[in-house]
Design a protein around this ligand. Structure first.
Ligand SMILES: [Mg+2]
Length: 250
């Protein structure tokens, strides 16, 4: 039986330098546009990649866009789920056409709301004097979500944006949208855009291609839980938002 690991990347398989333990032997694995390294593995993470690479096919299931995935130095050779599930790349690297058409319709419906929440956040951040970086993230010509980061990584300012601008909007005009928040990363996504939907679609596709399969889901964030729950087994790294919520809480 073929085994597939649907795996989030950032903070699951590797970390940005700021989150690494300086006592570890680090190796770069992901790079910025200028070619400088910005994410690293420690020895345990490399041993994990060796272990799962032996018996399973890894399917990255990530918020990264196509360019950012290409800057991860790992030979993903099968399907790839990117943009929070907005795009599925086939093994040959081309977007899955059925999924692209479906998401094209869904994101056309979501675009007015994405523009509206971007304006709401911009307005709030400007009035508060916050140096927020706010952008509507697109990939392969489709708009997907609004991403907000604080320029100084001041999480209290991002908390205020979440509480004062985003949550009131979600409770009123934005009921078809949801919030993803982890550290200095705030995203407002259409509910139709989620990794779990893409994983469901791809699992059905893989069963068509391979017959019965075994699936594993692995991630670090609250927002990964749904796609992990759609798999036969779930793997949660220690010291993550999700381990605190799922295991630490018990
Ligand atoms: Mg992650």
């Amino acid at each position: 039986m073929k085994k597939f690991l649907f795996v989030d990347l950032d903070d699951t398989l590797f970390h940005s330098l700021a989150k690494c333990d300086p006592a570890d032997v680090l190796q770069p694995i992901a790079f910025l546009k200028d070619g400088s390294a910005n994410s690293y593995t420690n020895a345990r993470q490399r041993a994990f990649l060796d272990l799962v690479g032996e018996g399973m096919t890894l399917i990255p299931t990530t918020a990264r866009d196509r360019d950012a995935l290409a800057r991860v130095d790992y030979p993903f050779a099968h399907y790839r789920i990117i943009d929070f599930g907005g795009i599925i790349l086939a093994p040959d690297g081309t977007p899955d056409r059925v999924w692209l058409a479906r998401m094209g319709d869904d994101m056309a419906t979501a675009l007015p709301g994405l523009r509206q929440v971007r304006a709401v956040i911009e307005d709030y951040a400007q009035r508060a004097g916050f140096p927020a970086r706010i952008r509507l993230v697109e990939d392969l010509g489709l708009p997907f979500y609004v991403n907000v980061k604080d320029a100084d990584k001041d999480l209290a300012r991002l908390d205020a944006i979440e509480r004062e601008a985003v949550e009131p909007w979600l409770a009123t005009a934005g009921q078809d949208f949801c919030l993803h928040r982890n550290g200095n990363n705030l995203a407002v996504l259409p509910k139709r855009l989620n990794k779990a939907r893409a994983v469901d679609y791809l699992q059905a596709r893989l069963r068509d291609e391979h017959g019965p399969i075994m699936t594993f889901g692995m991630g670090d964030s609250r927002s990964d839980a749904r796609f992990m729950a759609a798999c036969d087994y779930a793997i949660i790294p220690r010291g993550t938002q999700l381990s605190a919520l799922a295991l630490g809480a018990l």
